[in-house]
Design a protein around this ligand. Structure first.
Ligand code: GRF
Length: 200
């Protein structure tokens, strides 16, 4: 059983999609052993507790990044986490954090990377006039929204889309993409060549 740690800062719908995929058996070979947030009031933490999972906040406000990351690493190591899912974790993580879990940290981003990295990817796609948008699950490296891509899913951008309708269409795909990417990584049936994730 691979021990998953999930990091979030907000509502936690991607976390819930992963938990649901584990519960209904579509994602197997792993269990969520810890849900951590940098925000005490993240709804995702309450949702995790309601599912009976260990979940708590290590507040980041006013704490230097390295110090906060050290606390996060310690908590994850204490829980013997093998694989980390960033699921709306709104913090850039330090090189020290990445080095503690090499190729063991995944992130989901609501755009087809390398287009529209960083904040409000959906708004960026809409404003740019993109006709296709989507989401990316990738390994985390030392650059923001940059590491090896595991799964991408696309959605159309419609003429009458608003920020909210486009974000909702992408989110639906995010929920499927995260479980799919996790299952692929858990299978171990891949190799990484340069930037490329290649299935065996
Ligand atoms: C998602 O759009 C994810 O791609 C981005 O942050 C958002 C988190 O949403 N990184 P949720 O908390 O999982 O609902």
């Amino acid at each position: 059983m691979t021990r998953l740690g999930v990091l979030l800062s907000g509502r936690g719908s991607n976390f819930l999609a992963i938990a649901e995929a584990i519960n209904n058996g579509s994602l197997h070979g792993c269990e969520i052993v810890l849900v951590l947030s940098n925000k005490a009031d993240a709804p995702g933490i309450d949702a995790a507790r309601q599912l009976g999972l260990e979940a708590y906040a290590i507040p980041s406000k006013g704490i230097p990044r390295q110090e906060h990351d050290r606390q996060m690493i310690a908590a994850l190591q204490e829980a013997k986490v093998d694989l980390i899912c960033l699921a709306g974790y709104m913090r850039i993580i330090s090189p020290e954090f990445i080095a503690a879990f090499p190729n063991r940290i995944l992130n989901i981003h609501p755009s087809l990377l390398p287009a529209f990295p960083r904040l409000d990817a959906q708004g960026q796609a809409l404003e740019y006039g993109a006709k296709v948008a989507g989401c990316t699950v990738h390994f985390v490296d030392e650059q923001v929204d940059h590491g090896t891509i595991i799964v991408q899913r696309t959605v159309p951008v419609l003429d009458d889309d608003t920020h909210d309708t486009l974000a909702a269409r992408i989110l639906e795909q995010e929920h499927q993409a995260y479980a799919e990417a996790l299952q692929r990584v858990l299978s171990g049936e891949y190799r990484i060549e340069g930037r490329r994730y290649i299935r065996k």
